[in-house]
Design a binder for this molecule. Structure first.
Ligand code: GCV
Length: 689
């Protein structure tokens, strides 16, 4: 087992400071009686031991039977096995409960005040345990609890874009992959800690490898490694390694998935076609999945990037995406496995927005029942802001999942702070008008047990897991919001800060203000905050840069020319149902933050008391001022946060400020070059050293 020191993130379990709270917590949680019926109870006992020891300042007594003569105790287990649970929970409540739901309730049993955690499954009780520990860590009262919690989204996965044999992570900014395929099936303690972190926020699946299951070799790379790619994980030599990881994650209710290559039957050297309608291909996938399930009986299924950015797919054989996805769906169905088929396809950069809808909307209802279409939140590609994909509202007869990006490919990568929970909340709350007046994206996703949300992970081998300490908030917030999209942004932020840094109200307020200002700041200086996008540098590397400012590189995305700026996306707007289409098509009604996504307007177009160009100048300038203020607010916390984490974040914010200025200056110069209207703005750079 590896013993490298790494950060505890949101599982720090610092001692409870209030003596009154600590005293109540000790009365109810110093004695713990848990079931032992299943490996998940090992997890529950371990977590309660670790968590309560840290929070209460002394080890809890773990009982195998109901404790007697204590002032109170905590009981975790199934209703049918525990009299103390039966005393407070009705059997109909358990029958009505979601499989991953839980109940935490104050119960009086034989004259003793108890707290019980129960659920319909062991996984539910794992979630309930983490929930109770979070209540303690955030100082909530626990003396009169009656909590019934169920996840709103059934599938809640992290997609690792990890290249297994290279140990690199595509779009990863936190070091190499945490999964060490060269050493697997030997396990590392870090896998278990990662499983704890994910279960604590309700994640129930991880895809172990990059959707790009074949990638070109890079200059200077060892050919023996470059030739090995994700598609080889289906090889029988790799399956014991997958099984080893599954053995760690399953105890935390987390299923393992793999990204697979559509042409695997050919790549593995066994067939000369991957045509989804060929009998030998059908048989190949069936036998291949049989072997996977021999090793991992609860294997979740597969994620597929097909006919996209160089990955093979059914179009190579003149077949539809439905034919391709259903091939895999049928082969997985006997085992209960699932297919997540990505809708991220485009043939050219010219009118990329319309392409996914044009490809998939006509296939509504054509997919096998265990196939889920995984759709990026917007039509372009994880930009700082996009309107929601038109596909969400167009697939009434198809299982859908929303793919979000936790890692910050286009929002400053490992350097810029960009807290994305507000972005995701906006996406979830967007009304698609798909089924009448009010049908938010969140409602569409929550409807059906094959739907869900996937997040492209930001975890790597860095000791702090996410590269930037504050980027931990994005991983945490993703899990919490996907478990329940109705949670308020502010409460997710505050619970993260309290568990991660301090419960001092001044610290909580300051860090929250920094986090909440960060996405608007990025939108200001990277886009001008009127709906422009993709002004990042691409370059010629195999993995495009997507970080530095280079607005001249892809004019088609933002439409700058001598006459004006923005893109007339009438074709895309018309893919929305009414009244959305009409709203986006009208300059007057289009939301300000999407104005130039949908419209090409003259530079001096008068808008809300100013001109478009002046508004862009002002926003770019304001973004830098916000970052400067974020940096200063963080500096004010030097005595409240340990030096290591404080200094790390301070350095990142210094760097972000330098780069935000570069963004501002590059965009302003670019706009001026076309518009020939010099910027009338003032900034505070003069005071900078
Ligand atoms: C995994 C964008 C990214 C790629 C990514 C791709 C995808 O193009 O730049 O790195 O590939 O999206 O989501 O498949």
């Amino acid at each position: 087992m590896e013993t490298t020191a790494y950060d505890d993130c949101w599982l720090r379990y610092e001692p409870v400071q209030s003596s009154a709270r600590r005293s109540t917590y000790r009365t109810l949680c110093s004695h713990v009686f848990t079931s032992t019926a299943g490996p998940e109870f090992g997890v529950i006992r371990d977590e309660l031991h670790t968590g309560l020891t840290g929070l209460l300042g002394r080890e809890p007594h773990l009982w195998m039977h109901p404790p007697r003569s204590t002032d109170g105790f905590l009981a975790v287990g199934r209703r049918e096995r525990m009299a103390v649970v039966r005393a407070g929970v009705d059997k109909h409540e358990i029958e009505a409960l979601h499989a991953e739901g839980f109940i935490i309730r104050s119960v009086e049993w034989e004259g003793t005040d108890c707290l019980v955690i129960t659920g319909a499954t062991n996984a539910g009780m794992v979630y309930g345990t983490f929930h109770l520990l979070r209540l303690l860590a955030t100082g909530e009262p626990i003396d009169e609890l009656d909590i019934v919690e169920e996840p709103k989204n059934d599938t809640r996965t992290i997609n690792h874009w990890d290249n297994p044999f290279r140990r690199s992570v595509e779009r990863g900014y936190a070091g190499s992959s945490i999964f060490d395929w060269a050493q697997l099936p030997a396990l590392r303690d870090r896998y278990r800690v990662y499983a704890r972190m994910l279960a604590a926020v309700g994640i129930n699946g991880i895809v172990l490898n990059n959707v790009n299951t074949q990638t070109p070799s890079r200059p200077g790379e060892n050919p023996a490694i470059a030739d090995m790619a994700g598609w080889q994980l289906l090889d029988s030599s790799q399956l014991p390694k997958v099984a080893a990881l599954a053995s760690v994650f399953r105890r935390y209710g987390i299923k393992i998935y793999l990204s697979v290559n559509f042409a695997a039957p050919v790549l593995m050297g066994e067939l000369d076609t991957a045509d989804p309608l060929a009998d030998e291909v059908v048989q190949w996938w069936s036998e291949t999945f049989d072997a996977v399930y021999d090793h991992v009986p609860d294997f979740g299924g597969v994620l597929v990037k097909a006919d996209s950015e160089g990955q093979p797919g059914p179009h190579d054989y003149n077949r539809t995406h439905a034919a391709g996805a259903n091939l895999l769906g049928r082969a997985l169905a006997p085992h209960g496995g699932r297919v997540f088929w990505r809708a991220f396809v485009y043939g050219s950069h010219d009118d990329r927005a319309v392409q996914a809808y044009n490809t998939f909307a006509g296939l509504n209802g054509a997919f096998h029942e265990n196939v889920t279409l995984q759709i990026k939140n917007g039509p372009i590609d994880f930009q700082p802001r996009e309107p929601v994909s038109t596909l969400f509202g167009a697939l009434s007869e198809t299982n859908i999942a929303c793919e979000l990006q936790i890692t910050q490919e286009y929002t400053g990568q490992g350097v810029h702070l960009c807290y994305l929970v507000p972005q995701w909340k906006e996406i979830f709350e967007t009304d698609t008008h798909a089924n009448g007046e009010r049908t938010s994206v969140a409602e569409l996703l929550a409807h059906g047990d094959q739907n869900g949300v996937a997040g492209v992970g930001n975890i790597g081998a860095d000791p702090n897991w996410t590269g930037h300490y504050l980027a931990q908030a994005n991983c945490y917030g993703f899990g919490r919001l996907v478990w329940n999209p109705d949670l308020e942004i502010e409460s997710i932020t505050e619970e993260w800060i309290t568990q991660t840094f301090s419960d001092d109200p001044a610290v909580v307020e300051t860090v929250a203000s920094i986090l909440h200002d960060s996405w608007p700041a990025v939108l200001d200086y990277m886009t001008g905050h009127l709906g422009l996008l993709h002004m990042m540098y691409n370059g010629n590397d195999v993995v495009e840069n997507h970080y530095d400012p280079a607005p001249g590189e892809w004019p088609a995305y933002h439409g700058a020319d001598d006459d004006g700026i923005g893109v007339d996306r009438t074709d895309y707007a018309e893919q929305y149902p009414e009244p959305l289409a009409e709203q986006y098509l009208s300059v007057d009604d289009c939301p300000t933050e999407l104005l130039l996504f949908f419209h090409h307007l003259p530079w001096e177009y008068e808008y809300e008391g100013t001109t478009i160009i002046q508004r862009l100048y002002d926003n770019c300038t304001a973004g830098v001022e916000t970052v400067r203020s974020m940096r200063d607010r963080w500096a004010s916390l030097a005595d409240d946060i340990d030096r290591k984490r404080h200094r790390h974040v301070a350095e990142r914010l210094d760097e972000q400020l330098v780069e935000a200025k570069q963004w501002r200056d590059t965009l302003i110069a670019f706009f001026d070059e076309y518009a020939d209207i010099p910027a009338q703005t003032q900034h505070s750079d003069e005071s900078e050293p």
